[in-house]
Design a protein around this ligand. Structure first.
Ligand SMILES: *Cc1c(COP(=O)(O)O)cnc(C)c1O
Length: 381
């Protein structure tokens, strides 16, 4: 464990806010729908085991991951709830998934045949969920052909291979028009109606964070919230789509050097910023090697002593410079907040993502292992 007093930069994870966000999802969708919090990509960069540990008391049905290795990590950590692997698994990954009692998602018949073989070989029962492609286009059986593949799939199933769930994924749930999501929802149900199995026996799910918060009626049997749990917004704020999550991740860096520079001084690669007057510059111990995007050069703000200060010049791999001229009392060793709040000021995750020309997901999952994750929240409640 690194000593916070000497660490140059770190991520704070507010576990109380994380739990509050899952409760908000549960309240929105009602007690009838099972919760499958998405903890892929190491819990959106915040630590999958930490997230699972923090959310387990809210009794989710299971957890969602994207990679075999992510499921194996959780099993090795003693996680016993179902773990659904939502990305298609390569044929050679299926045996390990079965051995670890993960729940694979299938998008083709070949995978189902391999799973049947592996179930026999391991003398176990394999549960799988089946993805229906209703427009996302990256995985899933074609919704238009459900009568055909539905028969073929159920023919392979038996006591050792159980078709446990069916789902789709919205491509535009976080955008203002409702139409695309409603169309996908109808396609899902058109397809399900053609299946030779009863929906009583299938867990039906569709909604990601934006889906569940905007249309709880799309909750079906289960929901798969991700970004909302981690404090990312789920659509254009001014569209008033739904309530905002509580911030979960804060990005902090220490001021490692403060200097007064005369007019004409330049900063960073390419010397893209020039001091117009005498200025006080603070060097922060963070850069794109930590996951603070290089695209933020001359475009972002930090908070120092409760005041917003601009990032000046390009972001280097290890250092970022802010103009401290409006906070001249700031000293080396103090903390700058790059995402999060300090006093009355706040720099939101979504603001940083927009300034970097990306989305909150990419900011969070881009935070590198150089940054220790520090937990906040007492774990109560
Ligand atoms: C990542 C993912 C989600 C969660 O999406 P958010 O937009 O983060 O809520 C849900 N379902 C699937 C299949 C996913 O891959």
């Amino acid at each position: 464990m690194s000593n916070e007093l000497t660490t140059r930069a770190w991520v704070e994870v507010d576990l109380d806010a994380l739990r509050a966000n899952l409760r908000a999802v549960r309240d929105r969708v009602g007690p009838g729908a099972s919760l499958i919090p998405m903890v892929k990509a190491d819990g959106y960069g915040l630590g999958a085991q930490r997230v699972v540990h923090a959310l387990d008391a809210l009794q989710p049905w299971g957890w969602g991951v994207a990679a075999l290795s992510e499921g194996l990590e959780l099993r090795a950590a003693g996680v016993t709830r179902p773990i659904v692997v939502f990305s298609p698994l390569a044929p050679q990954a299926l045996a390990a998934a079965v051995a670890a009692e993960l729940t694979p998602c299938v998008s083709d018949l070949d995978t189902i045949h391999v799973l049947a073989d592996e179930a026999r070989r391991h003398r176990t029962t394999v549960h799988f969920h089946l993805e229906i492609d209703t427009g996302m286009g990256r995985a899933g059986f074609d919704w238009r052909q459900a009568a055909k593949w539905g028969t073929e799939v159920s023919a392979v199933c038996g006591s050792q291979l159980r078709w446990a769930g069916v789902y789709t994924h919205f491509h535009s749930a976080d955008e203002v028009p409702e139409e695309p999501s409603r169309v996908q929802w109808e396609r899902l149900h058109d397809a399900i109606a053609q299946l030779p199995v009863s929906t009583e026996d299938l867990m039906v799910h569709a909604a990601n964070s934006a889906g569940v918060m905007r249309w709880p009626e799309f909750g079906a049997d289960a929901v798969r919230p991700g970004i909302f749990l981690y404090g990312g917004g789920i659509g254009p704020r001014d569209a008033g789509l739904a309530e905002a999550p509580r911030p979960v991740a804060a990005l902090k860096a220490r001021i490692v050097l403060v200097r007064d520079v005369p007019p004409g001084s330049t900063v960073g690669y390419g010397a893209t910023h020039v001091a117009r007057a005498w200025s006080r510059w603070g060097t922060l111990g963070i850069g794109y090697g930590d996951g603070y995007p290089r695209a933020l050069g001359n475009r972002a703000h930090a908070i120092v002593r409760g005041k917003r200060v601009p990032v000046v010049g390009r972001i280097s791999m290890d250092m970022t410079v802010v103009d401290l001229s409006d906070v001249p009392e700031a000293e080396a060793g103090e903390i700058a907040t790059l995402i999060g709040s300090d006093g009355a000021e706040e720099v939101t995750l979504d603001e940083v993502a927009a300034a970097a020309g990306t989305i909150s997901y990419e900011i969070l999952t881009g935070l590198t292992q150089r940054l220790p994750r520090v937990e906040r929240g007492d774990g109560g409640d």
